[in-house]
Design a protein. Structure first.
Length: 409
């Protein structure tokens, strides 16, 4: 087919938002290529046991970005959503406390509260000690040894693997920030203090899984989106993409939202950067449905216990009306061959924030942008973005490129 102005690789939230933003602003010369038969990426849903289940794990529409919410409501109106105040909990000491851990130790037994308060008080950040460079030491420095050993370290091992010191500390500033003073105050006042975690308030569809939103965005694109088109090679100089079926697509600009390691070959990329792509790490997560009805109001629950394979469950019947059961999320390396229910393995689930990642991605993104190949979203940028953040980045990039082209003022 003829050359298009914009060739978009991947029809997850990033690619779908970018393409629909172009279309709404009057651009017609674009095409989206999607590897799977169904669009939506990590936000896809399937019908399981009579109700929708999100096969990419727990994804919700956060309320914190009003412009993004307004844009997405254009495809799935607000009246089709329920709004929720986040209820997330941590399995601990034979019961549950709310998340984040350090803001809710007031829910523990009094003697346990004192243990954790004393540990937090002695944390390096409260004693004027220099910030450590390694992940494991940073956790203890920030939260104290008790929270590190009982919750943060085992939980992160379950999510990301046992070699936690392979991870950098640059991304940990994004964690909910709760000071020692706020933790102490929460125990005195018996309520949580400190910053709220992500999804403190969120939307979820009344009748569908989260994937329905992205299916509607896919339908809005019509024949400008091609499914079952798995990309195998990229020629940066010619702006040419080759798929596994041999078909080729040419463009003036390429927007890639797919994992860089999915390209079998990239023409025009320096050899050192090709090697660097091989150093990027990620984790794979299996979703497994369990029909059991749980006696809890929680939307999701974290499990730091090492003897339990999964690290988190999503209690479907508490945010998806009319459904039952829950699903587990388990790192691929911890999956046990048991059970006979619905399972789905997400090969690309979480980009890992390794020590070397920032330097690798800075060079890769700068070079590719210079070649008019723009990386976007969780996998294009190798960043653990939520879908609302991805949509915001996609809208901004589409506006920037069209403004540069004189299409919008």
């Amino acid at each position: 087919m003829g050359k298009v102005k914009y060739l978009i690789l991947g029809a997850g939230p990033a690619g779908l938002t970018f393409a629909n933003r172009l279309q709404q602003k009057g651009e017609t010369s674009f095409l989206v290529l999607e590897k799977e038969e169904k669009a939506g990426g990590l936000c896809r849903s399937e019908e399981v046991d009579g109700s929708p289940l999100d096969i990419g794990g727990g994804h919700f529409l956060d309320v914190r970005r009003p412009e993004v919410v307004e844009f997405l409501f254009g495809f799935m109106p607000e009246e089709e959503w329920d709004s929720y105040e986040r209820d997330s909990r941590i399995s601990f000491d034979g019961g549950y406390i709310h998340h984040p851990f350090e803001a809710n130790i007031w829910e523990m037994r009094p003697e346990k509260q004192q243990e954790y308060l004393s540990s937090i008080e002695q944390a390096g950040c409260n004693q004027g000690e220099a910030k450590p460079k390694e992940f494991v030491d940073w956790i203890s420095w920030k939260l104290g040894k008790k929270i590190a050993e009982d919750y943060m370290l085992p939980y992160n091992e379950k999510m990301f693997g046992k070699d936690l010191n392979a991870l950098g500390t640059y991304w940990l500033e994004k964690l909910p920030n709760v000071s020692y003073e706020e933790t102490k105050l929460s125990c005195e006042k018996r309520q949580a203090y400190g910053s709220q975690p992500g999804h403190a308030q969120f939307y979820y569809p009344k009748k569908y899984g989260y994937g329905e939103l992205w299916l509607r965005m896919r339908r809005a694109l019509g024949d400008k989106l091609i499914t079952k088109a798995a990309v195998s090679a990229l020629d940066m100089e010619k702006k040419l993409v080759t798929c596994t079926d041999g078909k080729r697509y040419e463009a003036e600009m390429i927007i890639t939202t797919i994992p860089w390691m999915e390209f079998n070959y990239i023409e025009g990329l320096p050899e050192a950067m090709k090697t660097d792509i091989g150093r990027l790490k990620y984790s794979s997560i299996q979703i497994e449905y369990v029909p059991e009805q749980l006696d809890t109001q929680a939307h999701w629950i974290y499990y730091p216990q090492r003897q339990i394979p999964y690290h988190r469950i999503l209690v479907r019947h508490n945010f998806c009306p009319g459904s039952k059961g829950y699903w587990t999320e388990t790192n691929k390396d911890r999956v046990k061959e048991s059970g006979s229910g619905f399972r789905y393995m997400n090969e690309y689930a979480y980009p890992l924030n390794t020590i070397e990642k920032p330097e690798i991605m800075e060079g890769l993104l700068r070079f590719s942008k210079g070649m008019k190949v723009y990386a976007l979203g969780r996998w294009g940028e190798h960043e653990h973005y939520n879908s609302d953040a991805v949509a915001e980045l996609a809208m901004e990039l589409a506006d920037e490129l069209m403004e540069r082209d004189g299409k919008i003022e």
